[in-house]
Design a protein around this ligand. Structure first.
Ligand SMILES: [Fe+2]
Ligand SMILES: [Fe+2]
Length: 321
């Protein structure tokens, strides 16, 4: 009988389903045979991972597959590069796919917030958004699986991923069906708060109400966000509208421009609902998280002033599905 052992110090366990046949696995793969006190090197990095390699691994008794901690960054990049194949893997359970997708998205957004204008960010965000779309549209339970993983604690990077996930599901429900529309929405959502990286942490984490000057500073983050994007990356106008207009309100009391209903981009109206919902349902240093239903009750006050009524109705229906 195979017993589950604790992962040895210095290693991380890897699910065999993550290792894709015919890819160059650029990290060392270790196994830990029951007969051995320590993990042993199974396959050196940079060797192709073939059907035979996988089959032999699968046949190994108690095939606990391990990667050294110092190569976990390489493993993350490998997963991101092969995310489409991992997400469509027939052997990986939906819940595991959701976890891998969410973790990949979090890593990407952390990198974006560290270096917003890095040239590879746009393409990487497209890959993650494409896979999120594929995953969400794949099955009825997929969205709820992803929702169950969304971080409880609020950080700009978790928030950005949550707004992308929740927003994509809502966008699809309100009629954005083409791949281009959903991609543009998702990329915009991933980057929507990138401007917050230039707002003072003292303002972002302040417990009490903001002073007038702090509030004026905070209101700059959508426009700062646009200025931080790589000018050579092909962001569409639809994507930049999400960044620029996600705090506009349909009664004209939002920011930065105070646009009214008809002037606000459709994508930004969808993002505004996902943005507010995630902000309410996450825990911050200065406030507890609110559960979904009470959050919707709070948001209901904003129908017709903050939010597009029809989109809000669809959102309530989406969460209740
Ligand atoms: Fe924002
Ligand atoms: Fe936001």
């Amino acid at each position: 009988m195979s017993s589950k052992r604790k992962t040895p110090a210095g290693y991380a366990t890897v699910d065999l389903s993550l290792l894709q046949v015919d890819t160059v696995v650029d990290f060392d793969i270790y196994i830990w045979p029951t007969s051995s006190p320590l993990p042993v090197l199974y396959r050196s990095k940079d060797l192709p991972f073939l059907h035979e390699t996988r089959a032999r691994l699968a046949e190994t008794d108690n095939p606990q597959i391990l990667v050294k901690h110092d190569q976990s960054g390489v493993l993350s990049r490998y997963i991101e590069k092969n995310l489409d194949r991992i997400i469509s893997s027939p052997t990986l359970p939906t819940k595991a796919k959701a976890r891998i997708l969410y973790q990949s998205s979090l890593r990407l957004v952390q990198d974006i917030l560290d270096r917003p204008d890095a040239p590879e960010n746009f393409r990487r965000s497209e890959d993650v958004v494409r896979n999120t779309i594929g995953y969400i549209l794949h099955g009825k339970d997929a969205f709820h699986q992803l929702m169950s993983l969304t971080s409880y604690d609020y950080y700009t990077y978790t928030h950005s991923v949550n707004v992308c996930t929740i927003g994509l599901a809502l966008a699809e429900q309100v009629g954005l069906r083409s791949q281009t529309e959903l991609m543009d929405f998702g990329v915009g959502a991933i980057f929507h708060d990138v401007g917050k990286t230039r707002i003072s942490p003292a303002i972002l984490r302040k417990r009490g109400p903001l002073t007038e000057s702090e509030w004026q500073e905070m209101k700059k983050h959508p426009e700062i966000g646009i200025s931080l994007l790589d000018p050579d990356a092909p962001f569409s106008e639809d994507s930049t509208a999400v960044i620029l207009e996600h705090h506009e309100r349909i009664d004209g009391t939002g920011y930065p421009k105070g646009k009214r209903n008809g002037q606000i981009h459709q994508f930004a109206k969808v993002a505004a609902i996902a943005d507010c919902f995630d902000a309410l349902t996450s825990r911050r240093t200065y406030k507890d998280a609110v559960a979904s239903y009470p959050a919707l009750k709070v948001m209901k006050e904003g129908i017709g002033t903050h939010f597009e009524p029809e989109y809000f109705r669809v959102f309530v229906h989406l969460l209740g599905k």
